[in-house]
Design a protein around this ligand. Structure first.
Ligand SMILES: Cc1ncc(COP(=O)(O)O)c(C=O)c1O
Length: 408
């Protein structure tokens, strides 16, 4: 019976009014201006800057390249202190600029880079701190600002998860030297692929505009080693069509959070990750901690939920420092980051998106609660699953085994 139920996806982008989008695409086609700072890109830059009350928004083709451009525009050298608890793109952007990521442990409550640990890692070679506002939580921006001033470091925030969030009433975009949003198709607000650098620094914004367009300043005047990091007009048109839906989307996500809080509140061993009180989040992620008293491990719960048609993600397992090339080239970080290790082994992101129904949230909560009561059987099944499926090439055998579940 249970396999007859429709699987619950981990994420689905919300549907938009197609006509609004197609109307804008028609405008693009009629204008025959497809990229290079056309009308749609300029309008979206204006809107994103206005929403966040920030002076400059520079749209780019994705957040990873956006981070690279900022690192380059700031002329950084040597070591960049960053977090392991992030999508690997953060560390890769540093390496791509031939800089050295120095992984810093995270704060156990915020899950963002720990200021106390940053202080221990600063050396004469450090040129910047790259924090990540993970899951829309803000880094400890005040403490990081103090450390940066003391040691004359630049500060960049990877704000891939933070569209329309704020800290103590100040929207994302005003912290550090620059903050970088992701508009990837799996994000709350997206342009299929895309991103934006937000900054109040006019000089930095001007440099970023050169960098994202091959270094061109005017028609024939190349001033800098640039790249091609521009967003195209159709992507921007999509963003403009999606933008009006954001307030309702965020309101629905907040409601989904309430439903999860109610549904999981009484489940022993499951604790929802909560943003700091000063943070206004966008509700995009719903991480929970699978604690010891739940009876089974995070990985066992993850496997069990997949077998029940509930897709979840182990963000950000195993941590950027344990991805290649960092795992091999910097093996010492494995033992230096106890909080990150504990968090990456116990956190699980549950489905959370606009189209998720109340009934589906209830189904996820029920599946979690049942898993906690079925520990012995799940442990046995998981052991056999490890023996038979993990290590096999590709995801297919694992997914098949997960679907079969402990009852088969
Ligand atoms: C924390 C973080 N940083 C950077 C990125 C990369 O964003 P993009 O896909 O736009 O390059 C992601 C994407 O998921 C992310 O989660």
């Amino acid at each position: 019976m249970r396999n007859a139920q429709k699987a619950i996806s981990y994420f689905r982008p919300r549907a938009i009014d197609h006509r609004r989008f197609f109307g804008r695409v028609e405008e693009v086609l009629e204008a025959r201006w497809f990229t290079n700072g056309g009308k749609m890109v300029r309008e979206l830059e204006h809107e994103v800057a206005r929403i966040h009350g920030v002076r400059h928004c520079v749209l780019v083709c994705n957040a990873t390249i956006g981070l690279q451009l900022v690192l380059k525009a700031l002329d950084l050298e040597g070591e960049i202190i960053t977090t392991p608890f992030t999508f690997v793109a953060t560390a890769h952007a540093i390496m791509w600029q031939r800089l050295i990521p120095v992984f810093c442990d995270i704060d156990p409550d915020r899950l963002t880079i720990s200021p106390a640990h940053i202080e221990e890692l600063v050396t004469p070679h450090t040129s910047a701190i790259l924090g990540v506002h993970v899951f829309g939580q803000f880094c400890d921006v005040e403490a990081i600002g103090r450390i940066a001033r003391k040691h004359r470091l630049k500060v960049i925030y990877d704000a891939a998860h933070s569209f329309m969030t704020s800290y103590k009433g100040t929207p994302v975009g005003h912290f550090g030297d620059a903050e970088v949003l992701s508009f990837h198709g799996t994000k709350l607000f997206h342009t299929f692929e895309g991103g934006a650098v937000l900054t109040d620094n006019a000089e930095l914004a001007a440099r970023l505009r050169l960098l994202k367009n091959f270094g061109f300043n005017g028609l024939d005047n190349v001033q800098y080693i640039g790249t091609n990091a521009k967003m195209n007009e159709v992507s921007a048109a999509y963003g403009l069509s999606l933008l009006p839906a954001m307030p309702r989307t965020i309101a629905r996500l907040r409601r989904i959070h309430e439903l999860y809080r109610a549904g999981l509140g009484a489940v022993a061993g499951i604790r929802l990750f909560e943003l700091s009180r000063e943070v206004r989040g966008n509700g995009q992620y719903l991480p929970v901690f699978v604690q010891r008293d739940f009876g089974i491990s995070r990985d066992q719960l993850w496997a069990r939920l997949w077998s029940r048609g509930v897709q979840t993600r182990r963000y950000f397992y195993p941590g950027a420092h344990l991805c290649e090339p960092y795992r091999s080239d910097m093996p010492w970080f494995k033992d230096l980051l106890p909080v990150a290790r504990q968090v990456t082994e116990t956190i699980l992101c549950l489905p959370c998106y606009y189209d998720l129904s109340d009934q589906e949230v209830a189904r996820v909560c029920q599946a979690v609660a049942e898993a906690g009561q079925d520990g012995a059987r799940i442990k046995k099944w998981y052991k056999s699953l490890l023996r038979s499926s993990f290590g096999a090439p590709g995801m297919a055998p694992l997914v098949q085994a997960l679907r079969r579940g402990p009852d088969s």
